[in-house]
Design a binder for this molecule. Structure first.
Ligand code: AMP
Length: 249
């Protein structure tokens, strides 16, 4: 069984992002970039399924600038077998990414398509759902457990107030939640091995997709600064302030 995993290059989760002075976006100058954490979990899951003998080949794909090769190499160091970079310097929206991935699915014919539940840069949480609609396949989003039996996948999903287990016919799209697994630390020999693995470079046009997203970012702002708290001397004073100042009771 072949698994296709989509990985996005994003600002590292530990970096405090800076907004550009003209509020047009996030300043990426000299900022550490990494694999989107949910995509790393998706790669780890594919590698575990390969170790169990369920998956035989893992192909990772990223859509974006040339530098996304770094995240593809990291994914191959984790255990993916080969990579495809769909290179573009244009801003690309969720629908365009989903259309490119659909083109790759048509070419590669994976039984299992794994994505992160969302990318932590724009928190859009759309590509997996759009891709499954374009493929006409089932989808299981927010997966916290995946079991594959023959041509079926049983997926436990994290939903409000509990867990839901559903069964999907493969091929299907599954998006990973935080508790699906904890990605392994990559060892130096694996990083060296990953350098020799196959990485093909394509363009969105190869899949008939025009870039130039239909979405335009108008303004990016920092969240409002939190005001300092005040200490109250009695419960009566607290109630009075909640009633008359905060007006929440
Ligand atoms: P999003 O819908 O943008 O929050 O992203 C959800 C998931 O879609 C990510 O975790 C990735 O698996 C995949 N994805 C989004 N954008 C890209 C991209 N440019 N290249 C590859 N995969 C992507």
């Amino acid at each position: 069984m072949k698994a296709l995993v989509a990985v996005k290059r994003v600002v590292d989760a530990n970096v405090k992002v800076r907004i550009k002075s003209d509020n047009s976006g996030v300043d990426l100058t000299n900022v550490k970039m990494s694999i989107n954490p949910f995509c790393e979990i998706a790669v780890e899951e594919a590698v575990r399924l390969k170790e169990k003998g369920v998956v035989s080949e893992i192909v990772v794909v990223s859509v974006g600038a040339k530098e996304a090769q770094e995240q593809l190499r990291s994914s191959m160091a984790l255990g993916a077998d080969r990579a495809i970079l769909v290179e573009t310097n244009d801003e690309i929206g969720a629908l365009e990414v989903a259309k490119v991935l659909k083109g790759i699915v048509a070419e590669e014919k994976p039984e299992l398509v794994l994505l992160g539940k969302q990318a932590i840069d724009d928190d859009s949480n759309q590509v997996g759902q759009m891709l499954s609609a374009l493929m006409g396949s089932g989808q299981a989003t927010f997966a916290s457990q995946i079991n594959i039996e023959g041509d079926k996948a049983q997926v436990t999903r994290e939903i409000d107030g509990g867990l839901q287990t559903i069964e999907l016919s493969l091929p299907a799209v599954i998006t990973s939640d935080l508790r699906l697994n904890e990605p392994r630390y990559v060892k130096l020999p694996d990083i060296m091995k990953a350098r020799k693995k196959q990485l093909d470079v394509k363009s969105p046009a190869d899949y008939g997709v025009a870039t130039g997203t239909k979405l335009k970012t108008i303004k990016v702002e920092n969240p409002p600064e939190r005001k300092a708290g005040v200490q109250v001397s009695s419960v009566d004073e607290l109630v009075e302030k909640l009633k008359n100042e905060a007006k929440v009771i």
